[in-house]
Design a protein around this ligand. Structure first.
Ligand code: ADP
Ligand code: MG
Length: 295
């Protein structure tokens, strides 16, 4: 099993991966906002949300890393017309350094293709996890926001990401199944894992009022059945043909149609997120990796 991951220490006890030796990094570390973007159901616009929030944060001067961790339909790269050669699994098997796996996205946004490799994270030995942690830590200095595009549904990996992230954004659409599936995801995180705080983003809304109505529906059910749960409303992204056009062009909506109603709504949502730091301690990105790796 040790061989599953090409990470081991050299004779001096230094972390060695390929020819790379991790250097001591300066402390103290900057807090990073780690946001898991999830949905009960696929096809609700989660990846578009991740990409456009990333571009919006980038324009605010924040350093953004997207982790494409959707095991089923990883498509941040396709939506952005990128063709990453490597992914997290190449880091895990020792072939590549983290920095070599990251891909440049719009603006200064960077992307970690992680749909391959993420599942392996749960199968590492503790020593392998610690070594990986040291390597992952190397990219910390450059990140203010880590946005994770998780798979739809309630698989173990989705739960891990949500538990490890500081902020949990759940994307819903007006479709009734999207609401019931989102509720199922919230419920399992609440009842099995004690998560109390979620942020709801309505996508493909027919109007701002419709977005609020959808939020009201989901919070009513949640209030009724899940004591102590707190749901924040992040706002609504309108249904907008410019989104589809940007997908066809394989570019971020904010880059190609910055004046489109959906683009403006993404900017507003990003602004809301920026202004509303959760009161809990953010912790460093190392805490996030530790929680994710269950260390
Ligand atoms: N606000 C929107 N308005 C119109 N179409 C949208 C909107 N958001 C998403 N879509 C459409 O839905 C499709 C799926 O979006 P995507 O982000 O890939 O979903 P997910 O990641 O949840 O599977 C997109 O290709 C796009 O055509
Ligand atoms: Mg997606």
């Amino acid at each position: 099993m040790d061989q599953a991951v090409g990470l081991r220490k050299n004779g001096n006890g230094e972390l060695k991966q390929g020819g790379f030796v991790a250097k001591d990094r300066p402390v103290p570390r900057q807090p990073v906002r780690v946001m898991a973007v999830s949905s009960g159901k696929g096809g609700v616009g989660k990846s578009n949300v991740v990409i456009n929030l990333a571009v919006a944060f980038d324009r605010m001067g924040l350093k953004v890393l997207i982790m494409d961790a959707d095991l089923g339909l990883a498509n941040i790269d396709i939506l952005l017309g990128l063709a990453p050669k490597y992914n997290l699994s190449h880091v895990l098997n020792g072939q590549k350094k983290i920095e070599e796996v990251l891909v440049a996205g719009p603006g200064q946004v960077r992307i970690m293709p992680a749909s391959s490799g993420v599942q392996e994270l749960t199968r590492l030995t503790d020593e392998q996890k610690l070594l990986l942690l040291e390597l992952l830590d190397g990219i910390e200095t450059d990140i203010d926001v880590l946005l994770i595009d998780t798979s739809a549904g309630i698989s173990d990996m989705v739960l891990y990401f949500n538990l490890a992230a500081h902020e949990k954004i759940i994307v819903v659409t007006p479709e009734p199944t999207s609401l019931t599936d989102a509720y199922a995801l919230i419920k399992v995180l609440y009842s099995k894992h004690g998560e109390r705080h979620f942020r709801i983003l309505v996508n493909s809304a027919t109007s701002e009022a419709a977005g609020k109505t959808i939020f009201a529906k989901i919070s009513k059910v949640a209030d009724h059945f899940l004591d102590g749960l707190s749901l924040d409303y992040l706002g609504a992204i309108p249904h907008d043909s410019a989104v589809t056009k940007s997908v066809l062009q394989q570019r971020a909506l904010l880059e190609v149609f910055p004046q489109a109603p959906a683009a403006q709504a993404f900017l507003a949502v990003a602004d809301t997120i920026r202004k509303t730091q959760p009161s809990v301690n953010q912790g460093t990105i190392q805490f996030f990796w530790k929680r994710l790796l269950n260390l």
